[in-house]
Design a protein around this ligand. Sequence first.
Ligand SMILES: [Zn+2]
Length: 434
Amino acid sequence: MPRLLSGLLLMVLMSFGGTALAAAPQPATVILAGNYWDGLAPKPLGYAEIVVKDGTITAVGSKVVRPEGAEIIDLSRQFVMPGFIDCHLHLTGNIRIINAFAGMNDAALTLAGVNACQMLLHNGFTTVRDAGDFSIVSWITPVLRTAIESGAIRGPKIISGGHMLSAVGGHFDFSGQTRNGIIMEQVSVVEGVDALRRAVHDEARHGVDWIKFAGSGGFLSPSDGPEDVSYSQEEMNAIVAAAKGLGKPVFVHAYGDKAVRMAAGAGVRSVEHGSLSSVETLQMLASKGIYLVPTQYAVVRNARETCKGHINMEDPEWARAKAVKYCSQLLECARNVAKSNVKIALGTDLGTFDYSVNGAKEFSEMVQNGISPLRALKAGTSMAAELLDLNTGIIAPGKRADIVAMSGNPFEDISVTEQVVFVMKDGVVYRNDH
Ligand SMILES: [Zn+2]
């Protein structure tokens, strides 16, 4: 049933998409960049001309040979940098969906995803990794990914993390709820080594790129705490081994120190949140080369407000209690992340809050928590591309032409990342209103 449903969703998306956006061959383009940063250098590199052909950057220099007939894009008053990458969001989520969850029809989740994709690209996000499909019965994010790749809808390149595998009563267990009077069985609530291996294979069968699991409880779930450990070491090892067998990397939702350490021991490629990690654990992640996606706009900003006594009274009682209990520990960990040399990649957790929030706020949040502007900017470009193993996130010959521009210099004022005026993805201009 899920496969058939996925096929139908794809057909619907293809048919309302209208004209293909990506298919036609493109003439060469030359971008005149007033000031640019390549995604790696310690500071901006000044004026540059960037040649783009067939979706790829072919030359960068202070004066390049302009291919005959090339379109010139004059961004000589702008700051140009690689397109942003969000390594942790939920395309199929918004507040209404979060509140209704299993009661929400998959068509509504799909449309939320289409809307999210458009917003993300508009704001300069040219690549995203989905950290958990909110459908409890089908696989929507691989369908969105295909729809974008075929040009049927606009959006960033999607790396699908499938569902977040969760223990019974764990962070992502929404089973037992009814839809149209039918009790829904959730595909991603799984326990035990054999069942987990099978669940990983099932995720892969539906075309996901990464495997995600909930290693600890969380703040957004009523029945567990962020320091709870959801799976045994054996189970975590089984998830990673099954995924590795299929060539899929694994990422883990983990707040508490113990769950982070166990998941790191199992061999995950990135830890999501990691917001209660000890100094020793952060050092261990750094020495193993495991990436941290700290989602600070979602977690640390809230903790800062809570510690100041600004408690969000709209949150349910259980959520307020957890926020108060952990706020100072979360702030301490954020300070330790800034001091550590762990590899940080940018993630917002958008979808657990609405896409009306510009995900680039994560850059400012990281800087506010003591992370240098350079490290924050790398987290959302070259470091994120390294985590996702993608040929983007850097402006250099041979890289995919994912490029954004803004009026100010983000090394001087990080918040200008929220004011993107130009977006190119795979060499195609999707926004140019400078
Ligand atoms: Zn998340």
